[in-house]
Ligand binder design. Sequence first.
Ligand SMILES: [Zn+2]
Length: 128
Amino acid sequence: MNKKLNIKFVELTIEKWNALGICETFWIIKSKTGCKTGYFPTFDDLCDKDADHFLKYKNCYYLKGEPCYNEGCDCMLEEETKDCVIDSISIYNNIKNIIYLRKDLIKEISILKLENEFFRSINSGKYF
Ligand SMILES: [Zn+2]
Protein backbone atom coordinates (compact mmCIF):
# COMPACT_ATOMS: atom_id res chain seq x y z
CA MET A 1 0.00 0.00 0.00
CA ASN A 2 1.14 3.51 -0.71
CA LYS A 3 2.27 5.54 2.27
CA LYS A 4 0.06 8.42 3.38
CA LEU A 5 0.90 10.57 6.40
CA ASN A 6 -1.71 12.51 8.30
CA ILE A 7 -0.08 15.92 8.07
CA LYS A 8 -1.88 19.20 7.48
CA PHE A 9 -0.60 22.75 7.15
CA VAL A 10 -1.61 25.28 9.83
CA GLU A 11 -1.34 28.92 8.80
CA LEU A 12 0.34 31.27 11.30
CA THR A 13 2.59 34.33 11.27
CA ILE A 14 6.16 33.74 12.37
CA GLU A 15 5.55 35.88 15.49
CA LYS A 16 2.56 33.82 16.63
CA TRP A 17 4.36 30.59 15.86
CA ASN A 18 7.37 31.74 17.89
CA ALA A 19 5.19 32.85 20.80
CA LEU A 20 3.51 29.45 20.91
CA GLY A 21 6.85 27.61 20.89
CA ILE A 22 5.21 24.52 19.43
CA CYS A 23 7.74 23.06 17.03
CA GLU A 24 11.12 23.54 15.43
CA THR A 25 10.38 23.98 11.76
CA PHE A 26 8.65 27.01 10.30
CA TRP A 27 7.37 26.86 6.72
CA ILE A 28 6.99 29.39 3.92
CA ILE A 29 4.71 28.69 0.97
CA LYS A 30 5.74 30.98 -1.85
CA SER A 31 3.74 31.76 -4.97
CA LYS A 32 3.97 34.38 -7.69
CA THR A 33 1.33 36.48 -5.98
CA GLY A 34 2.46 36.26 -2.35
CA CYS A 35 3.33 33.96 0.47
CA LYS A 36 1.74 32.05 3.31
CA THR A 37 3.49 30.99 6.47
CA GLY A 38 2.85 28.42 9.15
CA TYR A 39 3.79 24.91 10.18
CA PHE A 40 3.05 21.23 9.71
CA PRO A 41 2.26 20.16 13.30
CA THR A 42 3.65 16.62 13.18
CA PHE A 43 6.65 17.23 10.91
CA ASP A 44 9.27 17.57 13.66
CA ASP A 45 8.26 14.21 15.14
CA LEU A 46 8.55 12.24 11.91
CA CYS A 47 11.23 9.54 11.64
CA ASP A 48 13.88 10.14 8.97
CA LYS A 49 12.12 7.86 6.50
CA ASP A 50 8.74 9.59 6.88
CA ALA A 51 10.39 13.03 6.79
CA ASP A 52 12.07 12.12 3.48
CA HIS A 53 8.75 10.89 2.16
CA PHE A 54 7.02 14.11 3.24
CA LEU A 55 9.71 16.33 1.74
CA LYS A 56 9.42 14.48 -1.55
CA TYR A 57 5.64 14.92 -1.69
CA LYS A 58 5.31 18.18 0.29
CA ASN A 59 3.55 19.99 -2.56
CA CYS A 60 1.01 17.18 -2.86
CA TYR A 61 0.44 17.14 0.90
CA TYR A 62 0.01 20.89 0.99
CA LEU A 63 -2.27 21.15 -2.05
CA LYS A 64 -4.19 17.87 -1.88
CA GLY A 65 -3.58 16.40 1.57
CA GLU A 66 -1.91 13.28 0.21
CA PRO A 67 0.76 12.16 -2.27
CA CYS A 68 -0.42 11.80 -5.88
CA TYR A 69 2.08 9.05 -6.71
CA ASN A 70 2.20 9.98 -10.34
CA GLU A 71 5.15 11.65 -11.98
CA GLY A 72 4.54 15.25 -12.98
CA CYS A 73 1.28 15.75 -11.08
CA ASP A 74 -0.23 19.26 -10.87
CA CYS A 75 1.30 19.91 -7.44
CA MET A 76 4.84 19.13 -8.60
CA LEU A 77 4.23 21.22 -11.71
CA GLU A 78 3.26 24.19 -9.52
CA GLU A 79 6.65 23.88 -7.86
CA GLU A 80 8.42 23.93 -11.23
CA THR A 81 6.47 26.97 -12.41
CA LYS A 82 7.04 28.67 -9.02
CA ASP A 83 3.30 28.87 -8.33
CA CYS A 84 3.75 26.93 -5.12
CA VAL A 85 7.22 26.60 -3.65
CA ILE A 86 7.44 25.20 -0.13
CA ASP A 87 10.49 26.03 1.97
CA SER A 88 11.32 25.66 5.63
CA ILE A 89 13.51 27.39 8.19
CA SER A 90 14.54 25.66 11.35
CA ILE A 91 17.67 27.25 12.70
CA TYR A 92 16.70 29.07 15.87
CA ASN A 93 18.98 32.08 15.29
CA ASN A 94 17.73 32.60 11.76
CA ILE A 95 14.15 32.64 12.96
CA LYS A 96 14.99 35.06 15.78
CA ASN A 97 16.65 37.35 13.23
CA ILE A 98 13.64 37.28 10.93
CA ILE A 99 11.34 38.24 13.80
CA TYR A 100 13.71 41.08 14.63
CA LEU A 101 13.75 42.25 10.99
CA ARG A 102 9.96 42.32 10.91
CA LYS A 103 9.50 44.34 14.09
CA ASP A 104 9.57 47.79 12.46
CA LEU A 105 7.51 46.56 9.54
CA ILE A 106 4.76 45.26 11.79
CA LYS A 107 4.73 48.54 13.70
CA GLU A 108 4.34 50.44 10.41
CA ILE A 109 1.53 48.14 9.29
CA SER A 110 -0.45 48.70 12.47
CA ILE A 111 -0.02 52.49 12.15
CA LEU A 112 -1.22 52.32 8.52
CA LYS A 113 -4.25 50.27 9.60
CA LEU A 114 -5.16 52.86 12.24
CA GLU A 115 -4.81 55.69 9.72
CA ASN A 116 -6.98 53.79 7.26
CA GLU A 117 -9.71 53.31 9.83
CA PHE A 118 -9.58 57.01 10.63
CA PHE A 119 -9.91 58.05 6.97
CA ARG A 120 -12.67 55.51 6.39
CA SER A 121 -14.64 56.92 9.30
CA ILE A 122 -14.19 60.43 7.85
CA ASN A 123 -15.29 59.26 4.39
CA SER A 124 -18.34 57.53 5.78
CA GLY A 125 -19.49 60.92 6.94
CA LYS A 126 -19.07 60.37 10.62
CA TYR A 127 -17.64 63.84 11.06
CA PHE A 128 -19.97 65.72 8.74
ZN1 LIG B 1 0.54 15.88 -6.42
